[in-house]
Design a protein around this ligand. Structure first.
Ligand code: B12
Ligand code: SF4
Ligand code: SF4
Length: 371
């Protein structure tokens, strides 16, 4: 103990010697711009090609533990991952069909239905913004042109982890499920991009585990997928925090969704469940200034050693009340009462049936009680 694995202390988690030895001098929080008042683009920190990051030896340390176990115990997931890598590479080179198919009066609904058919659990639409792109990254020329004209549509999709595995975190069962859902997210995004290419529009699909060209969290917020919780991940009205994100960017023009507001900000400021449950005490209680934006922030230098020693982690997501199925509906009702002065029974039904399953163009009725 202490050399290869860290130790839990009263005031957090002491990283092991190997982590401290391999870590660069610069702190992860500094790379992320904690305390910086001025806006600047996000700097790649982890899950990128090694040439892009300073935490390369930490990434290698994590992978040197994770990958052999994955290959030995879950050959199918490892093989799926390699297949997805190949398909994403091929997708980057594909050109759209020369004949354009018009998708009718409500192309948003068509696309959302398609994404759900391919296996997404929820879908939203926004436009990709320059400020989300990681420093040093370039997107394909067709996408850059659309981005310059503010016409690069971004379809964001969420895929849920198996509930039992999710409840086991931090355990190998959940780590394995994360890899599984990264594969699912990639699969869905590649299928959707391929389908859009066949309709005559440029498209590219991305799912993890690689970070990709831009930070997904603000994009998913704008696409209406969820609100940022104090635990640094998104909370969705139906899935809580139990999901991963994948996306497709395309020249197909779609109406944008709106960033949701179901009171998470206010709720999190009063709740401390994840703050107290996080073993390395990485979740700060209030908001922090990060590259010119005040937001909930997770301390990279505390979270990462714990994650490395445990093949990943997700305690913060698991303990969050919004991730607990039985109480989530109650929480919504409470929030509705607080925000709108009354409850809306029909809107709860809308969450389950219309917004997420019937592909009505993604209008979140829950957030529009006057409809
Ligand atoms: C690198 C990375 C990590 C790193 C570093 C994160 C960090 N904050 O330093 C580590 C390994 C520590 C990590 C941990 C986790 N991660 Co992570 N991570 C990523 C990854 C690949 C890139 C994000 C990044 O570079 N962050 C570093 C910089 C940009 O951080 P930042 O400026 O503080 O911004 C963060 C947030 O504040 C927010 N954000 C950024 N800009 C803005 C702007 C506004 C206005 C707002 C409100 C928020 C916001 O997004 C960033 C998320 O890290 C993304 C996928 C992607 N492409 O985005 C997944 C991702 C964010 N991670 C995810 C998850 C689930 C986790 C974990 C729970 C582990 C797990 N079980 O999978 C923990 C939670 C701890 C945490 N939230 O940090 C999911 C979140 C899904 C969700 N429900 O929201 C993502 C989207 C992966 C995915 N494809 O699903 N992660
Ligand atoms: S993933 Fe684990 S270590 Fe990181 S913030 Fe969440 S609970 Fe803490
Ligand atoms: S556990 Fe509480 S504070 Fe943490 S994200 Fe969930 S609601 Fe917010």
């Amino acid at each position: 103990m202490g050399f290869w694995l860290g130790t839990q202390t009263e005031d957090g988690y002491r990283s092991p010697w190997i982590y401290r030895f391999l870590k660069p001098k610069v702190s992860g929080n500094e790379i992320n711009g904690l305390g910086e008042e001025q806006w600047r683009p996000p700097t790649p920190i982890l899950w990128h090609r090694l040439k892009h990051i300073r935490y390369k030896f930490i990434q290698l340390l994590f992978q040197s533990r994770f990958r052999p176990r994955m290959i030995l115990q879950h050959r199918d997931i490892a093989a799926h991952f390699l297949r997805m890598k190949k398909r994403k590479k091929a997708l980057k080179k594909r050109l759209p069909n020369s004949v354009i198919t018009h998708l009718g009066d409500n192309p948003e609904a068509v696309i959302k239905d398609k994404a759900m058919q391919f296996g997404a659990d929820t879908v939203g639409v926004t436009r990709l913004r320059k400020e989300w792109i990681f420093e040093g990254y370039e997107i394909p020329a067709w996408a850059q042109q659309a981005l310059d004209e503010d016409k690069l549509t971004l379809i964001v999709m969420a895929v849920q982890h198996d509930k039992e595995c999710f409840q086991a975190s931090p355990a190998w069962a959940f780590s394995k499920e994360i890899a599984n859902q990264y594969n699912q997210g990639s699969d869905i995004s590649v299928q959707l991009a391929e389908w859009i290419l066949e309709q005559g529009y440029h498209a590219y699909g991305h799912g993890g585990p690689e970070a990709g060209e831009f930070t997904l969290t603000p994009a998913a917020i704008e696409a209406g997928i969820g609100e940022l919780g104090k635990h640094g991940s998104l909370i969705n009205p139906k899935l809580g925090g139990n999901f991963r994100i994948a996306c497709v960017y395309t020249t197909l023009q779609l109406e944008q969704d709106e960033a949701p507001d179901f009171g998470i900000d206010e709720f999190c400021l009063k709740c401390q469940i994840c703050t107290k449950a996080c073993p390395p005490q990485a979740i700060s209680d209030g908001k922090k200034m990060v590259r010119g934006t005040e937001k909930f922030y997770v301390d990279f230098d505390k979270c990462m050693p714990y994650m490395t020693d445990n093949y990943g982690c997700g305690i913060c997501l698991r303990v969050c009340p919004w991730s607990k199925e039985k109480i989530v509906e109650k929480l919504f009702r409470k929030q509705q009462k607080r925000t709108f002065g009354r409850e809306f029974d029909s809107d709860i039904i809308a969450i389950d049936q219309t917004v997420y399953h019937e592909g009505d163009g993604g209008k979140a009725l829950f957030f529009q009680p006057d409809n």
